[in-house]
Ligand binder design. Structure first.
Ligand code: GDP
Length: 536
């Protein structure tokens, strides 16, 4: 860029920075059944991305009929694939990265969380924090992702709001600041009092009625609620204002404080308020660490990383779509990007945008956006793409799988084909693949056994390989590392029959049992045994 006049460069950067500043990229984390799908539909409706609620599902159903492995989703009523939904509201561009709800596919969710700038945590008012909420929250914490809480199903009898707030505070060790206070509950739920921007938001058919107030003392309040209702609200909201910490932007951005919104996704109540909260509180793309330096979104040159790869929905085409999260610069249709891992050039002739309705080819995209890049298997999860600069983003994680299996192939003639197919599916992140150093057949690692069903089904339908799985002599694995090269060499010599390479050539140690692993960890103090590996 040196040859350009300074003002041109500045203008260029300014443009990128302005576009980045109006992006809000987020995911919804929730325990199954808390209302994530319903909330997604309502958010998209608010943004005008879809005409009718219900289309998120309807579209899913249409798509799912296309191939057998998608049929698994349909049969079991779960969503395997992650999609991205973009909508605009009040001049802001929201990118909602959807995540599979079923815990067998949690690795996919973890990767998606590496690509967002904020998360909405949906709780069922009757249930509070559930097991999956907790797990997903832990990943957000690992990455300091700011979290906005939405307590859903307020139209049904639930737990006391203060009790829920207390639970969030205690079990997640977060400071909690209510953004609103509910008025009534269950059948008598009338709406909320907005604590951040004084107003009543009353539940009416088809949404909420927004009435501005000067504060809890506003006399107008007396004409809007019953005398008992006003007294209770003044007392409770007054206590909350005095007793809960005030919203602190720094704390929120560091992921140590969560504002709490209340609503009913089903009744379309509180969704607009939540969206206002996302617009006002959630951050635009922030500087992101790479191995060589910090990358600032407003930089003129494009950088981004692949957090998901998905096989084409159409089984007649072998192409895959790599989902690229843009971290800096402007992506323009027709650009040639560099895949840093290999130095190869990747043409981006038709970057795809994912609207709720359909895919569209994007002319350009900006930091915070996610675009799909069709390719024939070049791009892998964790890949960094740049305009030539050699830098790698860290942070697309791999987790030690819970189950290890070996493929049982009846027809040995298919062994070579199977190897290739497994590699392709590992590139997509469908399963993890480990090659034992003793040369024996590869080991497949999954989080949940449902992943094996998907794998079996895809191998059969897409590659024509029928097979089953059997348990291996190993039960667990850990990535190993050490600063002590001698210790590492001794360890590998001693355990050569229990070592494997992962998909990127990193070494893992395999253990027959939890007990064996603990023994080994005690015996080899100089070796670090990791359950998480950040891909690069
Ligand atoms: P997900 O599994 O988190 O995606 O949850 P869904 O959005 O599919 O919702 C699970 C169930 O809860 C469905 O039967 C929804 O109709 C219902 N539901 C979602 N939001 C609300 C709400 O605000 N109030 C009530 N009463 N039911 C809701």
């Amino acid at each position: 860029m040196d040859h350009l006049p300074t003002d041109a460069v500045q203008w260029d950067n300014h443009d990128v920075a302005t576009e980045a500043a109006r992006r809000r990229s987020f995911a919804i984390i929730a325990h199954p059944d808390a209302g994530k799908t319903t909330l997604t539909e309502k958010l998209l409706l608010k943004g005008g991305a879809i005409q009718l609620a219900g289309q998120v599902r309807a579209k899913g159903n249409r798509r799912r009929t296309r191939s057998d492995w998608m049929k698994i989703e349909q049969d079991r009523g779960i969503s395997v694939a992650t999609s991205v939904m973009t909508f605009e509201r009040d001049g802001l561009v929201f990118n909602l990265l959807d995540t599979p709800g079923h815990e067998d596919f949690s690795e996919d969710t973890y990767r998606t969380l590496s690509a967002v700038d904020a998360a909405v945590m949906v709780l069922d008012a009757a249930k509070g924090i559930e097991s999956q909420t907790r797990k997903l929250f832990e990943v957000c914490r690992l990455r300091d992702i700011p979290i906005i809480t939405f307590i859903n199903k307020m139209d049904r009898d639930g737990r006391e709001p203060l009790d829920l707030i207390d639970e969030i505070e205690k079990t997640l060790a977060l400071d909690v600041t209510p953004a609103a206070w509910p008025i009534g509950e269950g059948r008598d739920f009338l709406g909320v009092y907005d604590l951040l921007d004084p107003a009543l938001r009353m539940l009416v058919d088809g949404g909420d009625n927004h009435i501005r107030l000067s504060g809890l003392d506003d006399p107008a309040l007396d004409g809007l609620l019953s005398p008992g209702g006003v007294a209770t609200l003044r007392e409770q909201a007054g206590l909350v204002e005095a007793g809960c910490p005030a919203f602190d932007s720094d704390q929120f951005l560091q992921g140590t404080m969560t504002p709490v919104f209340f609503g009913s996704a089903l009744r379309d109540f509180g969704v607009g308020h939540l969206l206002d909260g996302l617009a006002r509180l959630a951050p635009p793309p922030r500087p992101r660490p790479a191995d060589t330096r910090m990358v600032v979104p407003g930089e003129a040159n494009l950088t981004g990383f692949v957090f998901k790869v998905q096989a084409n929905m159409d089984p007649n085409h072998r192409d895959r779509v790599a989902f690229l999260r843009i971290c800096s610069g402007r992506l323009e249709k027709g650009m040639r990007l560099t895949q840093v891992r290999t130095g190869k050039h990747v043409p981006v002739n038709a970057p795809l945008f994912f609207f709720a309705k359909e895919r569209q080819v994007a002319e350009e995209a900006w930091p915070g956006d996610v675009v799909g890049i069709a390719n024939h298997g070049t791009l892998r999860i964790g890949d960094t793409l740049t305009e030539g600069e050699a830098l790698n983003f860290r942070g697309v994680p791999s987790f030690a799988p819970e189950h290890l299996r070996r493929a049982r192939l009846d027809d040995p003639m298919l062994a070579k084909k199977l190897k290739k197919a497994l590699e392709q599916l590992a590139d997509e992140g469908v399963v993890q693949l480990f090659k034992p150093l003793d040369g024996s057949a590869p080991v497949v690692g999954v989080f949940g056994l449902l992943q094996l069903d998907v794998l079996t089904s895809r191998l059969k339908v897409e590659y024509g390989i029928p097979l089953g799985f059997e348990v291996t002599q190993w039960d667990q694995l850990r990535w190993i590392a050490s600063d002590d090269r001698d210790a590492m060499a001794r360890f590998t010599r001693a355990h050569i029959n229990d070592l494997a390479e992962d998909h990127d050539g990193e070494i893992v140690a395999l253990f027959a049992s939890n007990w064996r692993r603990q023994r080994m960890e005690e015996e080899w103090k100089a070796i670090r045994f990791h359950t998480v590996r950040e891909q690069h």
